[in-house]
Design a protein around this ligand. Structure first.
Ligand code: PMP
Length: 358
């Protein structure tokens, strides 16, 4: 049977599943993961926690993930409590809950392109109209740009990635404050890469803005991409809205157990954050020195180009055992920060190819 013969929703016909190629090569720098696995000791403690959880797997897990949400509130500080926190299978699922609750037919979600390529998919899946308003020429956004776009498109939800993926561009806290002051929309600040940035988190603004949501993930800085844990901080009413649309028992007992161990060892798991940010900045300096155009980044990845044929460069790097990401504005490629050895492999492969620039 082929998919065309099925009564698939019209808007899904011809769509491909989202995802970067998962290819086994020596140097994987394509999905902004943390290259450092948990230590043997932490891995062992996670395994023990899973064994303990396994003794009760005949029962459903805690539907409210209360203990994990308490741990996340304690980790974030700022006087947040369990009622301010929601948690799901990656921040992707957090966003899906938010758009299921606050988007839907007849409603608009507004974001600023180029940005994270899953945003249109959350909108599509929740039947929400998706508007990607262009960023400034340097990929920045400011309050004037956002408020102007709000006037035109009247969204119920605004998605602002801070730092942005794939450009790494930040948004000043004052701009978030000003936007929240002047809109009734739910403003979701996606801080998937916040730990790598020197800018303060928008969590400090939650007190003043009940419709502000700050989304976070354990996939990047926390080195827990395989654990699938994303979370958000917001007013308890927004958490309650997400609780209405989540599937019951959405977060498995194993996931909750592993995430709690990770939070107990936050210091160790986050230990490489500064080093990874420094690796990305050092790569950017190197790339500028080689004549590449580099977008200033506050995250653990770098967007650089501009290549006359970026696909050929991506393929050439892959042929040399280095996998990066073909994404973002025309002519650019994105590389995640890796270990010093991985960054050297990337630089060597680029030098070996000496690709044509625009
Ligand atoms: N937001 C942004 C901006 C991202 O880049 C990513 C991961 N690429 C996510 C959210 C989702 O991450 P996860 O579902 O692993 O938490």
């Amino acid at each position: 049977m082929d998919i065309e013969s099925l009564p698939l929703r019209d808007d899904l016909v011809g769509e491909e599943p989202y995802g970067a190629p998962q290819i086994v090569v020596p140097t994987v720098l394509n999905v902004n993961e943390n290259p450092y696995p948990p230590s043997e000791a932490v891995a062992r403690e996670m395994a023990e926690a899973v064994v303990a959880a396994a003794t009760t797997l005949n029962r459903y897990p805690d539907r409210e993930a209360t203990a994990l949400r308490q741990d996340l509130a304690a980790y974030l500080g700022h006087g947040l409590s369990v009622d301010n926190i929601w948690v799901a299978n990656g921040s992707n699922e957090i966003m899906l809950h938010l758009l299921t609750a606050f988007g839907g037919p007849g409603r608009t979600v507004l974001t600023f392109a180029p940005t994270y390529s899953m945003y249109p998919e959350y909108a599509r899946n929740t039947l929400t109209k998706f508007v990607a308003y262009p960023r400034r020429e340097d990929f920045s956004v400011d309050a004037g740009l956002v408020l102007g776009a709000i006037d035109i498109h009247e969204p119920t939800v605004i998605l602002l990635a801070r730092p942005n993926n794939p450009t790494g561009t930040g948004i000043p806290l004052e701009a978030i404050d000003q936007i929240c002051r002047q809109t009734e929309a739910i403003v979701v600040v996606d801080e998937a890469y916040q730990e790598f940035s020197a800018e303060p988190s928008a969590i400090s603004l939650l007190d003043q803005h009940p419709r502000l949501v700050v989304s976070r993930t354990m996939s990047k800085a926390f080195a827990l991409a395989g654990g699938r844990v994303g979370y958000m901080a917001a007013d308890p009413a927004i958490v309650d809205a997400c609780r209405i649309v989540r599937l019951p028992y959405h977060l498995s007992a194993q996931t909750q157990a592993v995430a709690r161990v990770a939070l107990r060892h936050a210091d160790e798991l986050l230990a490489k954050v500064a080093e990874l940010a420094a690796e990305a900045r050092a790569f950017e300096d190197w790339a500028r020195g080689r004549g590449y155009d580099v977008v200033p980044s506050q995250a653990n990845f770098s967007l650089f180009g501009r290549f006359r044929d970026r696909h050929a460069v991506w393929q050439g790097l892959l042929d040399r055992g280095v996998l990066i990401r073909e994404t973002g504005p025309d002519g650019y490629l994105r590389a995640s920060a890796g270990t010093p050895e991985e960054m050297q492999a990337l630089k060597d492969a680029l030098d070996d190819m000496n690709p044509e620039k625009e």
